[in-house]
Design a binder for this molecule. Structure first.
Ligand code: GTP
Ligand code: MG
Length: 204
């Protein structure tokens, strides 16, 4: 899919105030600093579209970007950020969980995981929460440029095996990406294109 336009629409902290358009929507979620905003910029090839930072906690609101005038990418704040209180760390920020539960237009959420690390408790808990609440999602391994091909394969396999040893009967669909070298861009845009086609078939 070719990206012809990518425009920032609005930021807000309540799903009720999100755009009313009935267009297919894809949201990026994951730990702070995992690379959600960078991936939006990589996919759209617009460097400064979503604000990024080397310090966690950069994205603070629900940010809508309209792509090719007929679908949305949504940049969300991260979870698991060390500076939030212990109480908040346990659960996920309410406006984020409300977004996932209530946003009818959400076609697929992308849960980002840093490919370099062992499975982290907070990510496993979030994946479980998505499953329990029947939110459609895929996993995206980020920062693959930091590992050699063999290590990429090993880390992904270890992650998937750990999910299968835990509560998951079937591995979620996943992509391997790098915002630095563009790995995964075509696959991810191709998948979104497919889902968009189905979305518009169903509403017609
Ligand atoms: P919050 O908004 O704070 O939740 O973070 P985020 O998940 O949006 O992360 P962001 O895109 O701001 O990136 C965090 C840091 O990771 C930045 O320093 C990015 O340059 C870096 N980064 C993101 N993606 C990649 C990647 O694919 N490869 C490498 N090497 N660095 C990356
Ligand atoms: Mg961000």
């Amino acid at each position: 899919m070719k990206i012809k336009s990518a425009d920032f629409v609005m930021s807000n902290s309540n799903v009720i105030n999100c755009p009313k358009d009935h267009l297919p929507e894809y949201a990026f979620i994951g730990r702070s600093n995992v690379g959600k905003s960078s991936l939006i910029n990589m996919l759209t090839q617009r460097k400064g579209l979503a604000k990024t930072s080397g310090r966690p906690g950069k994205t603070q609101l629900i940010n809508h970007f309209r792509i090719n005038d007929n679908w949305f990418l949504v940049d969300l704040p991260g979870y698991g950020y060390a500076r939030v209180s212990k109480k908040d760390k346990k659960t996920f920020q309410k406006y984020i969980t409300d977004y996932f539960i209530e946003r009818q237009q959400l076609v697929c959420a992308f849960v980002l995981i840093d490919i370099r690390h062992e499975p982290q408790k907070v990510d496993l808990e979030f994946l479980e929460w998505m499953g329990e609440n029947q939110i459609p999602f895929c996993m995206i391994f980020t920062k693959a440029d930091k590992l050699k091909p063999k290590a990429i394969e090993n880390h992904v396999n270890e992650y998937i095996n750990q999910l299968l040893e835990g509560v998951w009967e079937e591995a979620p669909k996943y992509f391997v990406t790098s915002s630095t070298n563009g790995m995964g861009q075509e696959e991810l845009l191709g998948y979104i294109d497919e889902l968009n086609t189905n979305f518009f078939k169903e509403v017609r």
